[in-house]
Each structure stands twice: as C-alpha cells, then as structure tokens.
Design a binder for this molecule. Sequence first.
Ligand SMILES: Cc1cc2nc3c(=O)[nH]c(=O)nc-3n(C[C@H](O)[C@H](O)[C@H](O)COP(=O)(O)O)c2cc1C
Length: 374
Amino acid sequence: MELQKALEARRSVRNFTDRVPTKEEIDEILRAGILAPSACNLQSWYFYVVSDEAQRKLLKTVCEDWISTAPAVIIVCSDDEKGVVSMFGERARKLTFQDTALAMENMLLKAVELGLGGCVIAAYKQDKVMELFNIPKEHPVVALLPIGEPKEDIPAKERKPLTEVAKFCGNLPHGGVNMPKPQLGIRNTEARGQLFENCDLSESMFHNMSLCSGRFENIDLHNSVFTDANMRGTSYIHLNMDKMRFHTSSAIGAVIGGCEECDKKGIHCVNMSESAWDNVRLLNVKMNHIDAEAGTFTDMRMCRAKIYDVDLDGAEMSGINFVNAKIQCSNLFGSTVRNANLTNVALESCDIDGMTIDGVNVKEAIEAYKNGNK
Ligand SMILES: Cc1cc2nc3c(=O)[nH]c(=O)nc-3n(C[C@H](O)[C@H](O)[C@H](O)COP(=O)(O)O)c2cc1C
C-alpha cells in the first residue's frame, strides 16, 4: 500500500470484528515495528503478544473494557536490560518511549496495510498488566496495542492545520525567503467595527469571530482560514486572498473590492483566486473588480448579490442559492455551476464562453433559445 494512503487511512480502532489475525500477520506487524529507528540502535523494545482468548479477557480487569474485544493485543515494553537504560541509566528513559512510539506507528501502519487496525493505549494499570502476564521488571510496559479488523468505518479526527503547529525558522528550502509575519490564530473573539490594515495576516486562522462592520484594507490574507466568522457588513479592498478558505461563515452585505482607485486603473482590487468558499452566506454582497479565478464556491447563499468585473474564469460553483442576483462585465469563462438556484439572475456583458450550468453549455443554450425564437 502506498504510504500516503496508509497514513490517511489509519484510525485509532476500538471496535473489532471476530477475525483473528494470523500468526504471519502478527509477525509482519512486529517486523514493521522493529524497522523503526532507535536511540544508539539499541532497539530498547520488547513485545508480548496476547491472542489467547482467556488471557485477553484478563486484560479487561486492568484496562478499558473494550480491549478484550480485540483479537490480539501487543504489550509494548521497553527493554531495560539491553537497551538505552542499561547503558545510560534512568535519564535515558525518555529515549525508550521514543523508540517504542516509533515502533508502534510502524506497526499501526503495517496493520492498515493488512486490512487491520489498532490503537495506542496508555490508560492501563502497569503493575497489574506485568503481574498478569509474568512480565519481568526489566521490561516495563510502555503501552498496549490492541490489533484486529475494524468493525466499522471511523471518521478521521480533525488535525490542527500546519500553520498552527509548524513554522519554518529562517529561510525556506530552495533559497526562498521566509518573511517575518505574525503567526496568528485568532479564536472566539469579538472585533466589531475594527480596521485591519497594512499587515501580513497570511496563513492565519480566524475562528468563531465577530468581525461585523470590520474593514480590511491592504492586507495579505493568502492561505488564511476563516471558520464560523460573522463578517456582516465588512468591506475589503486591496487584498490578497489567494487560496484563502472560508467555511460556515456569513458576510451578509459585505463589499468586496470596488475602490475608486482600482476602478480608474482598471485593475483587480482583490485577488481571491483559487480561494475556497463553503457554506458561506453572501446575501446582498457587492463584488467589484475581483480576481476569483479557479475559486470553488459550495453551498453558498448569494441572493441579491451584485457582481461587477469579477474574473471567475474556471471557477466551480455548486449548491449555490443565487436569487435576484446580477453579474455584470465579468469573466465566467469555463466556469461550472452545479445544482444552483439561479432564479431571476441577470448576466450582462459577461464572457460566458465554455461556462456550464448543470453540464449545459450556457452560450450554446442561449444561441439555441434565440434560434428557436426566430
Ligand atoms: C500516547 C497515546 C496514548 C493514547 N492513549 C489512549 C488510551 O488510553 N485510550 C484510547 O482509547 N486511546 C488512546 N490513544 C489514542 C488517541 O485517542 C488517538 O490517537 C487520537 O484521538 C487521534 O485519533 P486517531 O488515532 O484516530 O487519528 C492514545 C494515543 C497516543 C498517541
């Protein structure tokens, strides 16, 4: 199995079918475990496999109940006699945790490849487990790893975005320069009527914020993420919103773009190319002089929207409610609209070459309609 697929498919499995992994499968899993890196290559690990039914049932008394439903449990221990602890003493204990953790991830990924799954368990009574299975004190238990076939599909747990948990220090690889900028993660904040200007907020997170009537001017917001934001009545000019993502937010009555300066120069005032909008309410929104090329707009409410000089070249719009809206002088070249409510929408002076609505080529449909009426 391709590594990326296994990484994405892995889940912590706590509910198993009756299928008992074969001895060969368990061996394969253990072999994957011992391929992990280890401090000084001392391989400070030792594994006890419990697959005997009567023995597995005993585990229930020392751990979470469900563990006894796992057809096999690997008791992951450190090896204090031959490992780093024997060489460097107790101060090296944390290295045994690192060694065994790396081995466990290898084992979990191999399990995925075999159609199995497992879960790292830290909640157990260490002394009791050692006593039950006659584990010597040189092999202190680090974790339990139940293994079996998952009984159901388990949804993936959300991960914090990279921007919240990682940062490049200094320059980027391949000679790119890492511009200093605030690493923002703004949550649960009330910032009504605020002016945000002249700053770099790229790759920032805005979650559960009230930004009503806020003004965003001359800001780099590329790669930022807005979720659960109330942006009613906000205005946006001179912005880079390239690859920005909006989820479950509302920007009723927002004015995006439309400053006179850009209007005169005939340039885009806001760049939101490749941005992704999902479940955002844009009722009564005004969009002027915007680059929204290759954006994706899903489950949007855009009733009474007024769109002027917007480049929606190649944009994908699905599930959009677009009632009484007006789109003028805009580029809709090659855009696709699916499953939208387009009641009373006016398209004026727009480039609609290649544009499709529910798979129907709009230009061709208009031509056919005109010809039919001749
Ligand atoms: C060190 C560690 C200890 C854990 N301990 C437990 C545990 O005692 N019981 C349990 O049900 N899950 C335990 N887990 C599993 C986590 O809850 C799980 O990895 C996390 O919720 C992410 O879900 P995912 O593995 O499906 O992506 C543990 C995971 C790790 C890495």
